[in-house]
Design a protein around this ligand. Structure first.
Ligand code: IPE
Ligand code: MG
Length: 271
């Protein structure tokens, strides 16, 4: 056996050991309640690139995509049914056009890759949905996002909702518009909107409200992300930058969620 083969053998063994250890940790974790919907506010990609001297406008975002893959795998293994990812905010379009283009190109690359994986049956039954003002995306990206939603439509595993060109304020405005239209088409006069009419038209009406929101990058705000849906959610923030988020951060956040169960349940009853 030459050195390269030895290294290969060792890394296979190591990966096998890590998988076993992860399974064991998740088994223990599952003794307590598991959040049925986790939202991730992925922040800190550019700081990560700067910290590690990575070159290129998309370097930090590329590293961020690697984290997405791992985190989704862990959520799947834990048995979380819904995950939302705040991938690109409405306001992020105000960034330098070069950076916006870089992120959009990267997103297209990753979506096309995911479509291929879905078609060849390597996506682990994952269902992907994009929500937000998708008209802000270029035609190619919009079509790819649409295609990925179609090819994963029948999947019944983890549902991953990717929020792009998203902000709650925009979501509420579009939901009010849409519910007014529906009422007018239904011939309602005078036009009276109920809370349930608006709620039905929110992009996120397809999933339960987040039980746990994890924000990376050391900031404690929601940045216009699901502010309507998170009145009873637990916000867990970490100083880790998004590309640094790993198994232990996720486990710690869920343990924290379990520790806060009594408080969260009492609060929900009072609401
Ligand atoms: C979040 O990381 C990713 C996107 C908004 C696309 P940032 O790009 O905000 O990185 P920082 O917070 O400036 O480091
Ligand atoms: Mg940021």
């Amino acid at each position: 056996m030459n050195t390269r083969e030895e290294v290969g053998e060792f890394s296979k063994l190591f990966n096998g050991f890590m998988t076993l250890m992860r399974r064991f940790i998740f088994k223990v974790l599952c003794v307590g309640p598991i959040p049925n919907h986790i939202s991730f506010i992925m922040d800190g990609n550019r700081r990560f690139a700067k910290k590690h001297n990575l070159q290129g406008l998309d370097a930090g975002h590329r590293a961020g995509f690697v984290s997405v893959t791992y985190i989704l795998q862990y959520c799947q293994e834990i048995g979380v049914p819904y995950v939302t990812l705040y991938a690109f905010g409405h306001d992020n379009f105000k960034r330098e056009p070069e950076e916006v283009k870089c992120v959009m190109d990267l997103m297209l690359e990753k979506i096309e890759l995911t479509i291929d994986r879905a078609i060849s049956g390597n996506l682990n039954n994952l269902k992907v949905i994009f929500v937000g003002d998708l008209n802000m995306l270029n035609e190619r990206l919009k079509a790819a996002a649409q295609r990925l939603m179609e090819v994963t439509e029948e999947n019944r595993g983890l549902m991953v909702v990717v929020c792009v060109a998203y902000s709650t304020s925009h979501e509420i405005v579009q939901a009010i518009r849409e519910s007014c239209l529906r009422k007018c088409e239904g011939g309602d006069s005078p036009l009276v909107l109920e809370l349930s009419d608006v709620e039905e038209c929110m992009y996120t009406s397809i999933l339960p409200d987040p039980a746990l929101v994890i924000r990376t990058g050391g900031r404690d705000r929601l940045s216009n992300f699901m502010t309507w849906q998170t009145s009873s959610s637990l916000l867990h923030t970490t100083a880790a930058l998004w590309p640094e988020l790993g198994l232990w951060h996720l486990v710690w956040a869920i343990l924290n969620f379990q520790r806060m169960q009594n408080y969260l349940q009492k609060k929900q009853k009072l609401d």
